[in-house]
Each structure stands twice: as C-alpha cells, then as structure tokens.
Ligand binder design. Structure first.
Ligand code: GDP
Length: 419
C-alpha cells in the first residue's frame, strides 16, 4: 500500500502537461493496435520503475484489469515523458449520436490513423469532417508502413486531396514495406531505427544514402511552413539555420489553428513509430489551457450572452461534464471531464440541470492494466468517479455555490437546454 501522501503524486502534472486525446480511424486502419502499443509503451515505462506515480492500486474489478477489456473503457490514462495522456474512446461508427458528440467534445486533440496502402478511406473522411466541426486539432499517423504497397507519399497526397488540408510530413521512412525499419526525423535530422524482436529504438545520424533526400525534404517542409505561417517566415528569414524548436513551434501553431496536419508514419503492429507519435502528441496537440474556455449554456440572443466562462484553472469554481456512465460490476462509474476547479473525494457537487446534489466517492484513473485511486481531480483532467448516483451522460456537475450548465457541443441533433 502506498502512503497516503503518495496519493497526490500524480497531480504533479499541471494542466499544461495534460493531453486529452482521441484516436480517430477508419475501421481496420489500426486504431486498436495503436492504442495497445501506446498503453504497452507507457505501461512498460511504469513497470521498469522509471516513473513512480505512487498511487494505490485499487482492487477494482479483476475482469477489467485485463488490458483487452480496459482499452474499451471510456478513457484510459497514461504517462509519457512527464505528461499525462488521457486516451478517450471515440465510438467507431461516426454518426451524429450524442455519444459521439460527447466524446468529441471532451477531447482536445486527436490522432487520425490511416492505412499506408489505402490512404484516406471514405469513413476516415467522415470522421475528419466531424472533427472539423468541433475544431479538434489533429495530427496524422500513417500506419501499416510494413505492408506491401505501403507508401507515405501516396498517403500524404491522399490526405491533401481527400481532406483538403496541407500535409506536413515530418519523417522520411527508412526501408520499404517488409524492410521498413525506421524513420529519419526531419526536424532534428536524426534517424530512429527499431530493433527487430526487441522493443528498443536506436537514435543515430541520418544514413548516408538518405542524406540528400532527407535534406531535400527538410527544405520542402520549411518552405511549406513558411508559406502557411508568415510570422514563422519572418523568423526563418532572420536566421541562416532553422532550428528544430523553431520549426516545432511553427508546426504546433499550424496544428492548433487547424491549417495543416503534421504527418508521421510507422507500423503499430511491428511496434515501430509509436514513440515519435507520442512525442508528437506532446509537441503539437493542445493542453487544456490552450483551448478556448468552456461557456455556460445560453439560448437567448447572442448579444445578451452573459460572460460566463470557465478557464482551465484548478483554483476556479468546479465545473465538469459527465461524458459517460458505466455500470461496472462494483458499482456505477461516472466519467468526468473536469473543465475548471478541483474536486476531492467526499465533495458535494450540484447537477445543475437536474437541480440535484451528488456526493463524489472514490476518484479513479483507469490505466493500462489497473485502476488507481487518486484523492482529487483538477482542471483539464479526465477521471472516473464512484458514488455519483443519478447524473446522466451530458450532465454538468459544478460547485453548488457557482452553478452553471455547460454549453452543449455543436450538434446536429436538437439541443435540450436546461435553464
Ligand atoms: P481498428 O479496426 O482500426 O481498431 O484496427 P485494428 O487495430 O484492429 O487492426 C486491423 C488489422 O490490421 C488487424 O489485423 C491488425 O493486426 C492489422 N494491423 C494493425 N496495425 C498494423 C501494421 O502496422 N501493419 C500490418 N501489416 N498490420 C497491421
């Protein structure tokens, strides 16, 4: 058992260190495999003891400890390089159901997974459009680079044509199809090669045979970024050498504005390419404070809308959205996206729409192979709580002294607004 003081350790991740992430994909593109690899890699770090969260492993539901089941939880939390990545499950079939609306609403960024042979398929196109409507910043992962016929350039071209967005390819594959062994990182001009059989990746210089091609692609990337980003252009002109951090910052801006999409590649199945994908999630996708603050629901005239916003600040009044309710064998689990403030076990909160109070029981994080209990959740975070008796998916839970109903997401279905 961990010491009680240890319960707080996982809160060392501030709102700027959180990434609430969805993985969007066409059926069969590899969403499950990518998710499993992410959990494996981040879980492996934990097992090697490099990261010690110090949280108590709760005896929750032995069945759900099985990773195969846990990855279907509404949200799974993992740590990568000091950042907390909350993976939010997005239903596979993208329609306009409330469930899809809610899952898209609670994530701040997404990884769109494509098949390196098929490129953009019709279903990926509809997922992409849906994410456009919610203004969700995205990066792209071209998976299955090991397959016969896999080609990153063709996949990037199909992103440009079918999704009408500029692909910013930041890697050059090393080897083709079955011989795909690694990538050149075009920002740092370093190679990453995965060791067959072992889960290790070795960083090194750009292979000589690929030097010219890597430099050509790096220049192309710089030119495309400079065209899309005039401020970056000024900065670029002022320097003879464009540093990796400068280019990363420009790419991040473009991603947050939805003006282009950073493209990486790999083979999740062969465990290649997932570490740089996680690095890219941290580098390019927004943290909760980077997205506009949530607002209170308002169905009156826009010009009379009260200025009721909630910033992603742990010290602001508490407000959270219930995005999923799960009947676990051990009791009702309510998944919350906390938008502002802090909640602790035992707190009484208001379900503002239903005008009913609820008491927060245990606060849990669902991790790769277990649940851990934590003593509080703060702005930007995603957790599951026990003890909430009646609040439904879509409800706002808030501090009783600062009631509000959060603005419903952009939606095609009728919006029921509760004053
Ligand atoms: P999902 O439907 O998007 O969740 O896709 P899955 O992750 O279930 O993958 C669909 C199929 O593609 C499975 O048979 C996987 O084993 C396979 N697959 C996933 N990633 C790769 C990859 O990188 N290379 C190859 N060759 N197959 C892959």
């Amino acid at each position: 058992m961990a010491m009680r003081a240890d319960l707080n350790r996982d809160h060392l991740v501030p709102p700027t260190g959180i990434r609430n992430l969805g993985i969007l994909a066409h059926v069969d593109a590899g969403k499950t495999t990518v998710t499993e690899r992410i959990l494996y890699l981040t879980g492996a770090v934990h097992r090697r003891g490099e990261v010690h969260e110090g949280t108590t492993v709760t005896d929750f539901d032995p069945l759900e400890r099985d990773r195969g089941i846990t990855i279907f939880a509404a949200a799974v939390s993992c740590l990568w390089d000091g950042h907390r990545i909350n993976l939010i499950d997005t239903p596979g079939h993208v329609d306009f159901s409330d469930e899809v609306e809610r899952s898209l609403r609670v994530l701040d960024g997404a990884v769109a997974v494509f098949d390196a042979v098929a490129g953009v398929e019709p279903q990926s196109e509809s997922v992409w459009r849906q994410a456009d409507r919610y203004g969700v910043p995205r990066i792209a992962f071209v998976n299955k680079m090991d397959r016969a016929g896999a080609d990153l350039d063709t996949a990037a071209a199909s992103i440009r044509e079918r999704l009408r967005v500029t692909p910013l390819v930041v890697q050059l594959p090393i080897g083709r199809e079955d011989g795909f062994t690694g990538v050149v990182d075009l920002l740092r001009m370093r190679s990453l090669v995965w060791d067959a059989g072992r889960d290790t990746v070795t960083e090194g210089p750009v292979p000589e045979a690929l030097g010219d091609e890597a430099r050509r692609r790096r220049r192309l990337l710089e030119e495309t970024v400079a065209e899309l980003h005039p401020t970056a252009l000024e900065e670029f002109c002022a320097r003879p050498e464009i540093s990796a951090p400068t280019l990363t910052a420009a790419l991040r801006d473009l991603t947050l504005r939805g003006e282009a999409v950073v493209v990486l590649c790999g083979s999740a199945y062969r465990n290649r390419g997932v570490e740089p994908l996680l690095d890219a999630v941290v580098a390019y996708l927004p943290a909760p404070p980077d997205v506009p603050p949530v607002r209170a629901a308002w169905d009156g005239p826009e010009q009379e809308r009260p200025e009721q916003e909630r910033p992603a600040d742990p010290a602001a009044p508490f407000a959270a959205l219930v995005f999923k309710v799960h009947a676990a064998p051990t009791g009702r689990l309510t998944y919350l996206r906390v938008y502002s403030g802090t909640i602790r076990r035992g707190d009484v909160v208001l379900d503002a729409g239903a005008r009913r109070t609820e008491r927060i029981g245990r606060i849990l994080r669902v991790q790769a192979d277990r649940h851990t209990e934590t003593d509080r959740a703060t702005a930007g975070d995603i957790v599951a709580v026990a003890g909430v008796k009646a609040a439904r998916a879509g409800a706002t839970l808030c501090a009783p002294g600062a009631p509000l109903v959060l603005e419903p997401p952009v939606t095609a279905s009728p919006v029921v607004s509760v004053a």
